[in-house]
Design a protein around this ligand. Sequence first.
Ligand code: NAP
Length: 247
Amino acid sequence: MKNCVVTGASSGIGEATVRLLREHGYKVYMGARREDRLRKLSGETGAKGHVLDVTDPASVRDFVRHLPEEIHVLVNNAGGALGLEPVCEMKEDDWLGMYQSNVLGTARMIREVFPRLSRSGDGSHVVNVGSIAAIETYLGGAGYTGAKHALRALTETLRLEWLGLPIRVTQIDPGLVETEFSVVRFGGDAVRAAKVYEGMTPLVAGDVADAIVWTLTRPPHVNIDQIVIRPRDQARADKVFRAVGPD
Ligand code: NAP
């Protein structure tokens, strides 16, 4: 049985990935900051949960100490956006938070889990959850797009550094997915968050989980470099078709 690690498993894409991996028979080790959510998901799926804050090196080391010696798959999903201010109104804490979770957090996880991935032999795999923000920019998005562009650079560099090792490296870049993402981005403002998906059909977390698990289940000599996955109603980050209401 393959051992899989999923970060940011307490909601959205991470939670859906844990559920799908369990359905496919993987053993799952999951982390996030909200322990109560992990406990509930653990009860429902049998995945093992341990508290994890990817922005804190000590928390990452403690999380990894609880993992088995061999890890076959690491899904770096923890992250998200904070704010939508123009550059000249940037909030430094938000930008630092986005770089900490999306970029440094991912790099930390990879550094600490790498020895366990190496031990697992042919078929090891790192999947980084990026975004279309890794390949596009949009108004007010510089902090988040900057962080996800940096994540893409990290993913591509890993593929160079690990050339010759039996570890695959994939980045999944979704467009609009309805999760807690926008509620977090807008500091808990659920009304503003709901407007992001108004009049259009977004992806659901399970669509992205499906793409992640598809990359894992290719033969071990096949590396899926990148998947860009958007709702049909979205042509670019800032080009979204919205149906007009009756009045
Ligand atoms: P979500 O529902 O808000 O989930 C984010 C997850 O990340 C939560 O489980 C959260 O758990 C965890 N997380 C955040 N900061 C963390 C930290 N410091 N340490 C550990 N875990 C942390 O949003 P989502 O849409 O599923 O987002 C998952 C990933 O997809 C993110 O990387 C996001 O950038 C990316 N993405 C989302 C969309 C979208 O439209 N939804 C589009 C493209 C890419 P805790 O708060 O419990 O720690």
